[in-house]
Design a protein around this ligand. Structure first.
Ligand code: XMP
Ligand code: MG
Length: 178
C-alpha cells in the first residue's frame, strides 16, 4: 500500500471509535421504533456492516444502488436506480447510510425519491462529510467525520473499483489518479 497511499486521513482505530459512538447514538434515538437502514451501494457497505453491529437494538436492512446517468447529469444530480429496495418503506422509520456527501447532488435526489414513498421518518447518516464542495442544501442528521476537500479512498470508497477493502481512509498519491 506504500505505493498508493499519500497519507492516512482516518485510521482504523478512529473509524472504529466513531462507528461505536454513532451506533450508541442511533440505538438511543431509535430505541422505541422499528428502524430500517438503507445502505447506498457500494461505498457504504463497510460502514453499514460495522454500524449495524455497533447497534444495541435490532434493525432491518435494505440495499439500493444508484449511479449518475453521465457527465452532463453530474450537475443536474439526476441519478439512475441500478438496484431498488426489496420492500416498501411506507410508514417505516428509515435511515439512509452513505459513505460520503460531497456536492450532495446524489443524496438530495435519492432523498426526493424516498420521500415520495411516504416513510414515517427519513434521516441521513454519513460516515464522511465534505461540506466545502456542497452545491445543494443538504445536511446529514448523523455524521462521522467532516473532512476537507480531498479525494479519499478506502473503507468502502474506491478508486477505479479498487481499495474498498482497505480498513482505513487515505488520500491516494496523485500519480495513481489518472
Ligand atoms: P455527491 O457529489 O453527489 O457525490 O455528493 C457523492 C458520491 O460521489 C462519490 N465521491 C467520492 N468517492 N472518494 C471517493 O471514492 C471521494 O473523495 C468522493 N467524493 C465523492 C461517492 O460515491 C459518493 O457517494
Ligand atoms: Mg456513494
Amino acid at each position: 500500500m506504500e505505493k498508493v497511499v499519500e497519507r492516512i486521513l482516518i485510521s482504523e482505530e478512529e473509524i472504529n471509535q466513531k462507528v461505536k459512538e454513532l451506533g450508541e447514538k442511533l440505538s438511543h434515538d431509535y430505541k422505541d421504533k422499528d428502524v430500517l437502514f438503507i445502505c447506498v451501494l457500494k461505498g457504504a457497505i463497510m460502514f453499514m456492516s460495522d454500524l449495524s453491529k455497533a447497534m444495541s437494538i435490532p434493525i432491518e436492512m435494505d440495499f439500493m444502488a444508484v449511479s449518475s446517468y453521465g457527465a452532463s447529469t453530474k450537475s443536474s444530480g439526476i441519478v439512475k436506480i441500478i438496484k431498488d429496495l426489496d420492500a416498501s418503506i411506507e410508514d417505516r422509520h428509515v435511515v439512509v447510510i452513505e459513505d460520503i456527501i460531497d456536492t450532495g447532488l446524489t443524496l438530495s435526489y435519492l432523498i426526493k425519491i424516498l420521500q415520495n414513498r411516504k416513510p414515517a421518518s427519513l434521516k441521513i447518516c454519513t460516515l464522511l462529510d465534505k461540506p466545502a464542495r456542497r452545491t445543494v442544501d443538504i445536511k446529514p442528521d448523523y455524521s462521522g467525520f467532516v473532512i476537507e476537500d480531498h479525494f479519499v479512498v478506502g473503507y468502502g470508497l474506491d478508486y477505479d473499483e479498487k481499495y474498498r477493502n482497505i480498513p482505513y481512509i487515505f488520500i491516494p498519491k496523485s500519480d495513481i489518479i489518472k
